[in-house]
Design a protein around this ligand. Structure first.
Ligand SMILES: [Zn+2]
Length: 231
């Protein structure tokens, strides 16, 4: 069964001398249950073959299923203008996946490969993750003879606007990775002392992303999902 972890991110104003300093002060993970995805081995092999056939581009595809169990894999076309470093599923495949809803299954997972990087969501993956209830499956071919498949939920947990976003942009060394994508990855090992607006983000793993220089900032939580291969 697929569970979820709840993060609460609060942005408050705490007085400091005469200034009110907004602080992203509470990111607490309250574990509900471990997320799992049951994946038939034949579909894993199909994804691996698709990833290898598309190399050195990223391959992508959509998986249907229900109750945490995958029942079908639809290889898709990667129509991104920069297919070596990201992916965009073609419209026809997305339309087919929409029809799964009528057939009593759902878009249970979205697959893509990383030809030369680890099986971990990139900043662009997080910025373009618009399916919070689907598992993002990433197959790394970094070591061609030892492909690695991992799964994650990429979920928006908070949005910071206006003054709050300004404070974050002031304190956090955001990186621009595309003309319209800025972001920052925080992993649990980062020393938060140097980032006053992220004071007690204990043990959380997330991206902060935005797509306009003065637009809102989204906090995308990265939650690993266990992949259980089945015959
Ligand atoms: Zn990716």
């Amino acid at each position: 069964m697929i569970g979820r972890r709840v993060i609460t991110a609060l942005f408050t104003s705490e007085p400091m001398a005469t200034l009110a300093v907004p602080v992203l002060h509470a990111i607490q993970c309250t574990d509900i249950m471990i997320a799992k995805l049951l994946l038939p081995h034949a579909m894993y092999r199909a994804m691996l073959a698709h990833a290898r056939a598309q190399y050195p581009n990223e391959a992508c595809g959509l998986l249907r299923g229900k109750h945490g169990r995958v029942t079908g894999f639809l290889p898709a076309k990667n129509v991104s203008p920069t297919p070596r470093t990201d992916f965009e599923v073609d419209a026809e495949s997305l339309l087919r996946a929409l029809r799964w809803e009528d057939e009593r299954s759902e878009l249970i997972a979205i697959f893509h490969s990383h030809p030369t990087s680890p099986a971990y969501p990139s900043l662009v993956d997080a910025a373009r993750a618009f399916y919070p209830d689907s598992v993002y499956l990433i197959l790394s071919l970094l070591q061609p003879d030892e492909p690695q498949l991992k799964g994650y939920f990429l979920r928006p947990e908070a949005i910071f606007k206006d003054h709050q976003a300004e404070i974050l942009r002031r304190d956090i060394p955001f990186q621009q990775v595309r003309p319209d994508v800025w972001g920052y990855h925080l992993d649990p090992s980062i020393d938060l002392e140097s980032l006053p607006s992220l004071t007690t983000a204990k043990g959380a793993d997330f991206y902060l992303v935005y797509d306009h220089p003065v637009g809102p900032i989204r906090l995308i939580h990265i939650q690993p999902v266990d992949i259980l291969l089945q015959l």
